[in-house]
Design a binder for this molecule. Structure first.
Ligand code: PLP
Length: 417
């Protein structure tokens, strides 16, 4: 009704201004249909990611495995055991579902899942270090995407930031000298989205653990991405794993669910049982708790790791592990249909994981008269295709395009051509 009234108002306004609008019913209804389509077209919609950036923050980070999608739908459509214990018929905890898988996978005593890693870090600082001092290296006072700044999060938590060392070098002795009776913890934050090269030095986590425990302090590790598998196997740099942090003595480790884990947006904290218990009790934990869809998808994702099938089932690991000759074959088949040339290029892991690390790939390169206009046309396709532009060329990386999206991609590019 609103759309019909708007269309009629528009016609009346045109008549009043002396114009002669199309007054057939068909023309009016067409205008109404166009306006309704525009109003109900979801702004949040699937796109084809041809950028080759695997964990693309702007495109929704990690795509979920089929099992994770099915698990979400399973609990979304009806009622579930979210907080219900079938054995006793009494109230259960939503936290038990992912905790079992997380402790089994990481060797941690206990685990807690919250809404995202920013919330995880805020929670652990607030619950364990409020009004006390937390020592961190100047080289780790990072800002990651979306305005998450370590110093700001610390201020918000009520912890007092004590920065030590310099931008490029921080030694164990720097931490040691800064410890006072007011110190609660040493914090290590992963640099995530930048890399220091040259004369760089930082204290190894194992040494920080030794110092912290000798002085009765906590060692908290904001690991950021939180890999469970070794990225070095795929020709990437070694990204510190959750298990390694725990093994060298971190008391609590916080990481994201939708970076290198390849699951839903979530913040995961693993570590010592009494500390996790304290976090669970804190009012902030309730404010930042994860919802049932997240928990369902996370458990399904973690189970891929437990069954040893992460590489074959989790999309981001399939993409990381995709063999170059397979990527080249796809790029060549695209070139066969669309023209253009296949060139060597690089895919990126993205998402604040492994800054600067790339994987060799094969790209389809097209050279339209106007690359920006061409890319805009691709974004207007349904589904939209997001490509990379470099040196006046539009580049398509098969690594991040699902096999099921190939036809849509070809159709969108052909129509833009
Ligand atoms: C990504 C990241 C965060 C924030 O995680 P979200 O899950 O995006 O909230 C916090 N700390 C570090 C070091 C990160 O890399």
């Amino acid at each position: 009704m609103d759309a019909l009234r708007d269309a009629l108002d528009h016609v009346r306004a045109e008549l009043r201004s002396g114009a002669s609008p199309l007054l057939t019913a068909a023309a009016l209804l067409d205008a109404v249909a166009v306006s309704l389509h525009a109003q109900f077209a979801p702004a949040l919609r699937p796109v084809i990611n041809a950028t080759g950036i695997i964990i693309h923050t702007n495109l929704g980070r990690a795509p979920l495995s089929e099992a994770a999608q099915a698990a979400m739908i399973g609990v979304a459509a009806g009622y579930s055991t979210l907080e219900f214990d079938l054995a006793t018929g009494k109230r259960g905890s939503r936290l038990t579902h992912p905790e079992r898988a997380l402790t089994a996978l990481t060797g941690a005593e206990a685990a807690l899942v919250v809404n995202n890693n920013a919330a995880a870090v805020l929670l652990l600082l607030t619950a364990l270090t409020k009004d006390r001092e937390v020592i961190i290296s100047r080289g780790q006072l990072v800002e990651i995407g979306g305005g998450f700044r370590i110093p700001d999060v610390m201020a918000q938590s009520g912890a007092r930031l004590v920065e030590v060392g310099t931008t490029n070098k921080t030694r164990l002795s720097d931490y040691e000298r800064a410890i006072t009776p007011a110190t609660a913890a040493l914090l290590r934050a992963h640099a995530s989205n930048f890399k220091q090269i040259g004369f760089v030095e930082s204290a190894p986590l194992a040494e920080l653990a030794g110092l912290a425990h000798e002085r009765g302090l906590l060692l908290l590790d904001d690991l950021g991405s939180g890999a469970l598998l070794d990225t070095a196997v795929y020709g990437l740099e070694h990204e510190p794993t959750v298990g390694e942090s725990l093994a060298v003595g971190a008391d609590l480790v916080a990481f994201s669910g939708d970076k290198l884990l390849g699951g839903p947006q979530a913040g995961i904290i693993v570590g010592k049982a009494p500390l996790i218990a304290a976090l669970k009790q804190h009012p902030l934990a309730r404010a930042v708790r994860a919802d049932k869809l997240t928990i369902a998808a996370l458990v399904a994702t973690l189970d891929h790791y437990r069954k040893g099938e992460a590489i074959s089932q989790i999309p981001i690991w399939q993409m990381i592990a995709a063999p170059l000759d397979q990527l080249r074959a796809t790029a060549e088949s695209w070139a066969h249909t669309l023209g253009g040339e296949v060139i060597a290029g690089e895919s990126m892991v993205g998402g604040g994981s492994l800054p600067g690390a790339t994987l060799p790939t094969a790209l389809l390169a097209l050279t339209p008269p106007n690359a920006d206009a061409f890319a805009a046309q691709l974004r207007a396709a349904d589904p939209p295709v997001i490509a990379r532009i470099a040196d006046g060329r539009v580049l398509f990386d098969p690594r991040t395009v699902f096999a099921t999206q190939g036809d849509d991609l070809l159709r969108a590019v052909r129509s833009a051509l």
